[in-house]
Write a protein of this length. Structure first.
Length: 320
């Protein structure tokens, strides 16, 4: 459930950094980085390559030699790569960090408007923009997330066609996606980084829940606009390993945050399995159930503090 917000007025100094987390798909990374180079506020821009093929990384470096590049030696999942990039920028003194996946393009004033929202609402730990589908430029992919009572799930606030003013109010939201988000450094230093127990999926809802239970709000700022290269509703396909990761991560989330679904947790998992069968067929359901078993058995790893992960920059910006 979204809630209108009242602004606070305490100002702060702003040192803004941004990182794009990329894995292959060099053309996406280049387009995303160029849109961030065109922002109306100065920012330190870093491309963090999360274990791409060498040829893909070379394309990014050749197209944008002026962009600072950091390279993970291997892909250990979204959360691990995100943590390395965020920790590095915080240790270097950023007061705000914009995190972005590489399949996004930003309006020129998007970062400025997100920072302005964070400055108006000093209790917010993270700020999410209005995110549209890239190919359907007026259709909203995410305006933050909400908890749905039935069937129980945390879902995107989105439109089925061109927007018509449904999500034009700045407000607090129940949860948000980490495909792009503005983080306040002082909040991350209190809450910590992403939970590495999640390899893919649910690290965003987990992090948002941790923010909320630590007393920090989640702000949706609709005048900051971003476009996401995501398939429209009903047109996308997941690989079998993606269904497995979804089952695993949903199970870990429910283990960690039993209060979110409470007695409705079995119904939540039943709904997810029915949706998996409808969208992906029997093979997808089998993979999802394999993920459930893995999630039940998975070790819950300690959540790293903001400065518990680090990397040493080697030659040409590599990570040692």
């Amino acid at each position: 459930m979204a809630h209108p917000v009242q602004p606070s007025k305490k100002p702060s100094a702003q040192i803004i950094a941004a990182f794009v987390l990329g894995y292959n798909a060099s053309e996406n990374s280049i387009a995303c980085l160029r849109s961030l180079q065109a922002q109306t506020v100065p920012l330190r821009l870093v491309y963090f390559d999360n274990g791409s093929e060498p040829a893909e990384l070379a394309k990014v470096r050749a197209a944008l030699p002026e962009v600072e590049t950091l390279v993970a030696p291997e892909n250990k999942g979204f959360a691990a790569g995100w943590n390395l990039a965020l920790s590095q920028l915080l240790q270097d003194g950023a007061s705000y960090v914009l995190a972005a996946n590489n399949d996004l393009e930003f309006a020129p004033d998007a970062v400025e408007r997100m920072v302005a929202g964070a400055e108006r609402h000093r209790d917010s730990g993270m700020v999410t923009p209005k995110i549209y589908y890239h190919e359907q430029r007026a259709q909203i992919w995410s305006a933050g997330l909400r908890r749905r009572a039935f069937p129980p799930a945390i879902i995107h606030r989105k439109t089925r066609g061109p927007e018509a003013g449904e999500f034009d109010q700045e407000e607090l939201v129940d949860s948000l996606t980490l495909c792009t988000v503005l983080l306040r450094a002082e909040t991350v230093k209190r809450v910590g980084l992403l939970d590495p127990s999640f390899f893919f999926y649910c690290e965003d809802t987990d992090y948002a829940e941790r923010m909320r239970t630590s007393g920090h709000s989640l702000l949706y700022t609709p005048d900051a606009k971003v476009w996401h290269k995501s398939p429209v509703i009903g047109s996308g396909e997941r690989r079998p390993d993606m269904w497995r990761h979804l089952g695993r991560s949903e199970t870990i989330f429910c283990r960690k945050h039993r209060h979110v679904y409470g007695a409705m947790r079995p119904l939540h998992m039943a709904y997810l399995q029915a949706r998996t069968l409808a969208e992906g067929g029997a093979a997808a359901l089998k993979a999802f159930r394999t993920g459930i078993r893995e999630g039940r058995a998975a070790e819950l790893l300690p959540v790293p503090a903001w400065d518990d992960v680090s990397m040493q920059a080697g030659g040409n910006g590599s990570v040692a």
